[in-house]
Design a protein around this ligand. Sequence first.
Ligand SMILES: C[S@@+](CC[C@H](N)C(=O)[O-])C[C@H]1O[C@@H](n2cnc3c(N)ncnc32)[C@H](O)[C@@H]1O
Length: 267
Amino acid sequence: MAPIPHGELRPPARRDQPVPCTWDAKKYLRQYYSSVETTERHTLRFVVKALESLRSGALGLEFGCGPTVHHLLPLAARAAEIHAADLLPENLSAIRRWQLGSREAHDWTAFTRETLRLEGTTSPSEPQVRERETLARRRLTRCLTGDARLACPLGPQSAARYDCVVSLFCADSATGSLADWMRYTHNIISLLRPGGLLVLAALRQCHFYSVGGLAFPSPCIDERHVQLSLDAAGFDREKQVIEVAEVPDQSKHGFDSIVMASAIAPG
Ligand SMILES: C[S@@+](CC[C@H](N)C(=O)[O-])C[C@H]1O[C@@H](n2cnc3c(N)ncnc32)[C@H](O)[C@@H]1O
């Protein structure tokens, strides 16, 4: 599907395409990650809270990480090892640049500071920020190509199962079709070991979101669909949290709320 210039939002000819090849990691980072905006304030808060139940020494995966590392920052405090996966090599290169401390890498320090604050450090110092980033760089041991469309999203030869899978704004960014979103979410969930912790987030009731002036399809899901997908995978409702957060300042990008979920896998 050719992306639609923002301002002319209309249904695309097909709604089941993955991220168009016009994805631009730099524009994405500039638009959404120049500062800590409301979407990330809510998401980081939710992730930090959800990770409190993760045992230390866990093996963690961020699936659909994009060119971002900010969700690895809270995970690094808990997991002994972290893998990051995404469909696009360009995104994984951005992460490697950050890991290697390249001068071209995006600056995530504001997000590191926010993470530390959410974890309880009232006024994080520069050394504390550096220490967390160093930890995250060390914990991140693999950058993997992953495709949520596949029944084995990390490839048929991968038998890896994770204690924690964090997947934020991935499956809903991969398709405009609700049925496909359900399938992709199911595939991502399959990467959890029994009893593992799942942390999800998605744009809520959104048909399109914009990146760099182009509109990308979203399946217009809300908390009911998230609940359905957790039910379908056999998650216990007693061991899950589903939360909606309003982000009215993001309406210029095509959405004004998000839905987040954390849940313990059956087994
Ligand atoms: C909106 S970005 C979210 C990135 C990051 N998680 C964040 O919170 O900013 C969506 C990401 O999903 C990835 N993606 C799209 N389709 C995918 C697929 N089929 N499998 C895996 N990742 C996919 C894109 O490459 C992109 O990095």
